[in-house]
Design a binder for this molecule. Structure first.
Ligand code: ZN
Length: 323
């Protein structure tokens, strides 16, 4: 019984329109689903991914217009790394980020991977990692980014905690990760690498330990939770039993319509989810038209008029590559 790596990362924005423009027009990801937060239908839930939002390619956002800005600290997910194929792609991205005035690092190396660190307009900590062309998502053909350089999914996520051992124990003893290396990454700070099945794209977590760190406060520019992949509902139930047997408080299975989810908080405060690969985003929209209109799961469809009245319409801008 093994997890199949990252399924999605869900972050927070307070500026939905600017968020759509940045992720589709600058990063060139496809808005594969424009729906609402099922637990707070006054908020959009925006899913960006590859051409069809395959599991493992999705970066998603809750749109909470009135939330304050994120305060980084311990007990939080503190970063997400996206994957592109090859060093040439990274060089192309360094130039593109500069052209779009996106703050970014040079091409740096961490744990043997070449990467560029950057932030979105709300300060979301992101990176682009060279995945060396490993199997992955297929960038949308109508993206403004040439397909050869397109974002192919999630590479890794970073957690910041006060006690590495407590968090590491859940990752290794319960979730099947192996702690492979630890790096000194700052004064009084170290970063441990946890790998699933030998690591690589989607199968690495970086855990930063800041023993004296202040608790994080979630806001715009922060991450709400990360989700891990299981192939189907049966393996999800097996995982639910395993988490419960390990003493973790795990929710019932929640049908999110595009996938099924269970949630649990690990010691140290971070919220995790385990989600099924399917049925996926083409379950209620044609592949060609994903994300164009507000999609609602059947149980919310009767309330469409009310829900739409509570949302500010979003424009996708000028989708499509020019020239
Ligand atoms: Zn989720």
């Amino acid at each position: 019984m093994k997890l199949h790596g990252l399924h999605h990362v869900t972050a927070v924005t307070s500026q939905a329109q600017a968020n759509v423009e940045f992720y589709t027009q600058v990063l060139g990801m496809r808005l594969v689903k424009k729906t609402v937060n099922q637990d707070d239908v006054s908020a959009y839930h925006l899913f960006y991914g590859d051409e069809m939002g395959r599991a493992g390619t999705e970066l998603t956002f809750f749109d909470w217009a009135h939330i304050g800005r994120n305060h980084s600290g311990v007990g939080a997910i503190s970063g997400a790394a996206l994957r592109v194929a090859g060093q040439e792609a990274l060089r192309w991205w360094a130039e593109r980020l500069t052209q779009h005035a996106v703050p970014h690092s040079d091409i740096v190396e961490f744990h043997g991977h070449a990467m560029i660190r950057f932030t979105d307009p709300e300060g979301q900590a992101l990176a682009l990692v060279d995945d060396a062309g490993a199997a992955g998502g297929i960038p949308w053909s109508r993206s403004p980014v040439p397909p050869a350089y397109g974002v192919r999914g999630l590479y890794a996520s970073t957690l910041t905690v006060s006690d590495l051992q407590r968090t590491g124990h859940v990752l290794t003893a319960v979730m099947g990760y192996e702690q492979t290396k630890t790096y000194a990454t700052g004064s009084g700070e170290r970063t441990a690498v946890f790998e699933l099945n030998g690591g690589g794209a989607g199968k690495e977590l970086y855990v930063v330990e800041q023993p004296a760190g202040r608790p994080a406060r979630l806001g715009a520019g922060g991450v709400h939770h990360i989700a891990f992949r299981v192939p189907d509902a049966d393996s999800q139930l097996a995982w639910r039993n395993r988490l419960a047997a390990a003493g973790l408080a795990v929710t019932e299975v929640i049908d999110r319509y595009y996938f099924k989810s269970i949630y649990f908080r690990i010691p140290g405060g971070v919220l995790f989810e385990i989600a099924t690969d399917g049925p996926g985003f083409t379950t209620d929209e044609e592949l060609e038209h994903l994300g164009e209109r507000l999609a609602l799961p059947p149980f919310l469809e009767p309330y469409r008029a009310q829900i739409e009245a509570g949302l500010t319409p979003l424009s996708q801008g000028s989708a499509g590559r020019t020239g």
